[in-house]
Ligand binder design. Structure first.
Ligand SMILES: [Mn+2]
Length: 360
């Protein structure tokens, strides 16, 4: 299977028509990759109603011509945004969109100077991101593969945990295996947090040695052929006391409630609330200090969001993380995270194995 760039650009053009845009400047690299396949780090894609041009520099000449078939490739020296004026010169454009979230104030000013004054610039926040949120069949296959790879890394690394190993050593083992199994690298900085440090949801792995009778949070993800995965397991070294076991069961129950609530049409906020409600019942709600989850795809954090206030309704083809956690300062934390595909029938969990409590 191959990505259908023509279809993606067609969807963007439909949206442009509704938004009254003659062209749109796409400057965010994952959006460029999504729309035309260009994977270089320096580029700008200008999409008109009947034409599309990718601007990049000489370093990416060969690569761009190999990767991009659905847009013309034009090579310029320097910042690709500086060449936008040349690309739109002579075209009759009244209104042009730009990605408000992905331009600096200075870049926006420079565009105003580079493109003739009669063009009216319009901010378009999240236009391509909204398209990207719903994955096509190619993307679903790639996200499955990425989730499977992350799951294998987790299976390989959990048995390495033993008293005396340092958090950083475990993180190194994970990052090594991610590439060894064929991914281009981790999709975010691998988190290993043991003992009281597990109460820090985004702990950087440290030189701390993991000891007996400690919780260990392992949060890892891979980028496989540009698609991200995100997986967390929490294990206990030794036999867990009842308090830890109760906490774990509550988090697992919260995750199960979220899974059960997932179906097309439900707002992201309601899935978040389904998990939070369970933790509230266990008296742990105030220790759930982050949102339930986020979309995952070409970026590790993307649309849709599973958080309070998120009105976006889930649709078949959304892929999201479901990651409830409780973090008790001075004691420790537990998070269980899986990647989930929204299907017409509900949630399909892409990561393995089931997040049952492991005492090592
Ligand atoms: Mn996550």
């Amino acid at each position: 299977m191959a990505p259908n760039f023509q279809n993606r650009i067609r969807c963007l053009r439909e949206w442009m028509e509704h938004a009254g845009l003659d062209a749109i400047l796409v400057s965010h690299a994952p959006n460029i990759l999504y729309l035309c396949g260009f994977s270089g780090s320096s580029g700008a894609l200008v999409v008109g109603r009947e034409w599309a041009v990718l601007i990049t520099d000489g370093r990416y000449d060969l690569q761009a011509r190999a990767e991009v078939k659905t847009a013309r490739v034009r090579i310029y020296r320097g910042d690709p945004l500086d060449a936008v004026g040349k690309v739109v010169e002579g075209r009759r454009l009244r209104t042009m969109g730009f990605e408000a979230h992905h331009l600096t104030v200075a870049q926006r000013r420079a565009l105003g100077r580079a493109v003739r004054n009669s063009v009216r610039w319009k901010q378009v926040p999240g236009a391509v991101e909204a398209l990207r949120a719903v994955k096509d069949s190619f993307e679903i296959a790639e996200l499955r593969a990425s989730a499977k790879l992350a799951s294998r890394v987790m299976e390989q690394v959990v048995p390495l945990l033993r008293p005396g190993i340092r958090e950083l050593e475990v993180a190194a083992e994970i990052d090594f295996r991610i590439r060894k199994l064929g991914a281009s690298g981790p999709s975010f900085e691998t988190i290993i947090a043991s003992g009281p440090r597990s109460a820090l949801p985004h702990a950087r792995p440290s030189g701390k040695k993991i000891r007996k009778n400690e919780l260990v949070v392992l949060d890892l993800g891979a980028i496989l052929r540009h698609y991200c995965s995100d997986l967390t397991r929490t294990v206990y070294l030794g036999k867990a006391p009842p308090r830890v076991r109760k906490m774990y069961n509550a988090v697992q129950e919260a995750q199960a409630a979220a899974f059960a609530s997932i179906r097309p049409g439900i707002p992201g906020a309601d899935v978040n609330q389904a998990a939070r409600h369970v933790l509230d019942l266990h008296g742990l709600g105030r220790f759930f200090v982050h949102s339930l989850g986020h979309g995952v795809g070409l970026e590790i954090h993307e649309e849709p969001r599973l958080q309070s206030g998120a009105k976006t309704r889930l649709r078949a083809g959304h892929v999201v993380t479901v990651e409830p956690g409780v973090y008790i300062p001075g004691f420790g934390g537990i998070r269980i995270e899986d990647d989930v595909l929204v299907t017409p029938r509900g949630a399909e969990i892409l990561t393995r194995p089931r997040g049952d409590f492991l005492e090592l």
